[in-house]
Design a protein around this ligand. Structure first.
Ligand SMILES: Cc1cc2nc3c(=O)[nH]c(=O)nc-3n(C[C@H](O)[C@H](O)[C@H](O)COP(=O)(O)OP(=O)(O)OC[C@H]3O[C@@H](n4cnc5c(N)ncnc54)[C@H](O)[C@@H]3O)c2cc1C
Length: 402
């Protein structure tokens, strides 16, 4: 079995194959300099110096060796020959396969402006990026973040904790607009403001001012200029689907897979950030989360062994900013009503999203027990009424079966 991409999904495919009793060769090919490591701390504890690079590694090399998982780092897969059943690295090395898992993840979307490659302009996807950003953060005074999504805001929080002047420029009219309801956006706007972040909404970045090869300022279309000696670009990611596409696999904003992580080729599966799949509500989605990478990878490994293990769990995700933990379960797309539970003022509350009378998602802030309860409600398809949600005295768990 050959696995392309030594990230969370790739490692999980490899280990699941072993856990399921597969005894043949397992080769894990990754183009980074490191074996699989945890990405979420890169925008959280790692930037603050609370988590060291060594702690990010998912498995010690000895453990992989013990499981007979052959990890090859610095190995970039350039082509897949589906007829010969073989992948080829950019240095010409060939790896024949019986089963192939594509777990190539995603890469940063670039800022389409002159100056985006100047010194002091950084993104955050890999450990190499994070090391670069952490070093640049030490020296910086004025940090500008483009993008008020999860990663941009987590970096902004870390930069403020390090005492930097921080400005966040967001093109939309609210923060994290793609995922959360306006009341959560407002809560985070106030949270960042209270920590001294300068947040600018409806900010269309039009020019990067570069002096002597280094970023100096960012200009917006309405004529404002923001001094920057460090510019963090957090404008999203693109799936690494080109190798799959060139090999003729169906790709539509990601490698298309079914609920069992199968592509159109019976010998090839795909999992994690690089995939797109049809959700239970009929929409096509590419999810970027730890849970999605792990669950799809487990399905993918099962499929390689000819077994069906559909991924049907309700999606969940989290984000840490300052001392607020946001936990999201479900997909908010298409919501038409939000009911709240708890107390916004003390930052401990949940937002319940509805489409019609159906509960579709719940965001919980600093309420981990309520998040777990929400997971159960959604998994069982139980929709409390908005009235029950807003009534703190009503025990939502009384609605659960079993
Ligand atoms: C800074 C940051 C913070 C995050 N925070 C959270 C969080 O709080 N909660 C959460 O749920 N998720 C979070 N995520 C998202 C989560 O980390 C990803 O969804 C997850 O890592 C996806 O795993 P993956 O294995 O699909 O992809 P990746 O982790 O991207 O791994 C894919 C690997 O494949 C390699 N590769 C690509 N092409 C090739 C090729 N042709 N040949 C060989 N190798 C190749 C890539 O370089 C990479 O190493 C965060 C991500 C980042 C970057």
């Amino acid at each position: 079995m050959v696995i392309v991409g030594a990230g969370l999904a790739g490692l999980t495919v490899a280990e699941t194959l072993r856990a399921e009793g597969y005894e043949g060769a397992v080769v894990l090919l990754g183009d980074e300099a490191y074996g699989p490591y945890h990405r979420p701390p890169l925008s959280k504890g790692f930037l603050l110096g609370e988590t060291q690079a060594q702690q990010l590694l998912m498995r010690a090399p000895e453990l992989l060796a013990k499981k007979a998982i052959k990890l090859k780092v610095g190995a970039t897969v350039a082509t897949i020959d589906r007829t010969a059943k073989c992948v080829t690295l950019d240095d010409g090395t060939m790896f024949p396969y019986e089963g192939l898992a594509l777990c190539t993840g995603s890469r940063l979307r670039a800022l389409p402006l002159p100056g985006a490659d100047a010194q002091g302009v950084v993104g955050l996807r890999t450990l190499a990026h994070a090391k670069n950003l952490a070093a640049a953060l030490e020296a910086a005074q004025h940090v500008v973040v483009i993008g008020g999504g999860f990663i941009g805001l987590e970096v902004a929080a870390a930069a403020r904790k390090k005492g930097k002047n921080v400005t966040v420029l967001e093109a939309a009219d609210r923060l994290m607009a793609r995922v959360v309801a306006p009341l959560i956006s407002s809560f985070y706007f106030d949270l960042h403001r209270s920590h001294g972040v300068d947040l600018v909404l409806n900010a269309m970045v039009s020019e990067l001012v570069v002096r002597e090869g280094h970023i100096a300022a960012v200009k917006t279309r309405d004529g404002h200029s923001f001094a920057a000696d460090l510019l963090v670009v957090g404008v999203g990611i693109l799936p690494n689907a080109e190798v799959a596409q060139t090999a003729g696999l169906e790709c539509q904003g990601g490698i298309v897979v079914d609920a069992c992580s199968r592509t159109g080729d019976p010998m090839i599966v795909a999992a994690g950030d690089c995939t797109v799949r049809r959700m239970e509500d009929g929409s096509w989605r590419r999810l970027e989360s730890v849970q999605n990478a792990v669950e799809q990878a487990k399905s993918a490994a099962a499929a390689l062994l000819g077994r069906e293990r559909p991924f049907t769990a309700v999606p969940w995700f989290w984000s840490d900013q300052y001392d607020v933990k946001l936990q999201i379960v479900g997909l908010t797309a298409g919501f038409d009503q939000v009911a709240t539970r708890g107390h916004l003022a003390d930052g401990k509350f949940s937002a319940f999203y509805y489409r019609g009378a159906k509960l579709i998602a719940v965001d919980s802030l600093n309420l981990p027990a309520e998040h777990m309860l929400a997971r159960k409600l959604l998994a069982q398809g139980v929709s409390p009424t908005p009235g029950q949600v807003s009534d703190d005295g009503f025990a939502l768990n009384s609605l659960l079966a079993g």
